[in-house]
Design a protein around this ligand. Structure first.
Ligand SMILES: NC(=O)c1ccc[n+]([C@@H]2O[C@H](COP(=O)([O-])OP(=O)(O)OC[C@H]3O[C@@H](n4cnc5c(N)ncnc54)[C@H](O)[C@@H]3O)[C@@H](O)[C@H]2O)c1
Length: 268
């Protein structure tokens, strides 16, 4: 029987690319999103391309009952082998304009929903003697703050720690929980629009070219699969090396000095 993945945020961007990649490798997919029409369109296309069973579950992940209940719905169709928490919101708001309501919504969608879905998955998997894997889509923003994103960076840092904490709780039962942290990825999303100037400013990488959502999906598939059987609690950057360093420093630094080089005149 095909393995079964639940992918939240599957109606566009990184989540849609993950759903397509998993289906291309034989997974049946339950896609979850706030936007019913966009989700149906993505899943219909996935089914047409790859022939695997697909199921759409529509609702708001800020609603705790929905976040847990979607796992019940998915499990009723078939036991769940992989859960990918890719839904997320990143509204850019100056710090002084940030409201308590927006802060809470970002934390609920980006962090709490991922914890509640993993918890519910464990409730189903343990009595059934199954060992599914979970991948949370975090962000480079978890480790590096930027203006207008205090709420977002905090949510992603919390998601990285929630990944470790959940891995600690569920590891003894063989349930693995990891994170993937993309750098900037251009997605055409009405939910999370980004201006070209903003994309240019946050999009640093070591490799030439630009990230696409399809670059993220294979890392997620690896972490869900048996090749990652001994990996849990990890946070894998998929960012073209952007978190490793920068190429942005202009090359007009001074020539090495005699003291740096250890040449004879250094001792005079
Ligand atoms: N694009 C990037 O540069 C980037 C970088 C790092 C991390 N991420 C993360 O990747 C994930 C996907 O983002 P994306 O860039 O593909 O954006 P996207 O807008 O294309 O996809 C996000 C999806 O989540 C859904 N969603 C939003 N709020 C929801 C809610 N309350 N309930 C249910 N579904 C909801 C949206 O409808 C949308 O389909 C997010 O967690 C984001 O934080 C994105």
């Amino acid at each position: 029987m095909s393995p079964h993945a639940v992918v939240t945020g599957a109606a566009s961007g990184i989540g849609a690319a993950i759903a397509d990649d998993l289906a291309a490798h034989g997974w049946r997919v339950t896609g979850v999103d706030l936007r019913a029409d966009a989700l149906t369109a993505v899943l219909d296309a996935v089914h047409a391309r790859h022939g695997v069973p697909v199921q759409a579950v529509t609702g708001d992940l800020a609603d705790a009952g929905f976040a847990a209940g979607l796992v019940d719905t998915a499990w009723a169709a078939a036991p769940v082998d992989g859960l990918v928490n890719a839904a997320g919101i990143y509204p850019a708001v100056p710090f002084e304009d940030l409201t308590a309501e927006l802060w809470d919504r970002v934390q609920h969608v980006n962090v709490r929903a991922a914890v509640l879905t993993a918890q519910r998955l464990a409730h189903h998997a343990r009595p059934a003697g199954r060992t599914p894997a979970v991948v949370n889509i975090a962000s480079g923003a978890a480790l590096r703050a930027r203006p207008g994103a205090a709420h977002y960076s905090t949510s992603k840092a919390a998601l990285v720690m929630a990944t470790k904490a959940t891995a600690v709780e569920l590891g003894p039962y063989g349930i693995r929980v990891n994170a993937v942290s993309p750098g900037f990825v251009g997605v055409d999303s009405p939910v999370n629009p980004v201006t070209p100037g903003y994309a240019e400013a946050v999009g640093g990488s070591l490799l030439p070219g630009h990230a696409e959502a399809s670059h993220i999906a294979p890392a997620v598939r690896f972490l869900l699969g048996s090749g990652a059987a001994w990996i849990t609690g990890a946070n894998l950057p998929v960012d073209g090396g952007g978190s490793a360093g920068t190429t942005a420093l202009p090359q007009h630094w001074p020539a090495p000095t005699p003291w740096q080089l250890g040449t004879p005149e250094a001792r005079s």
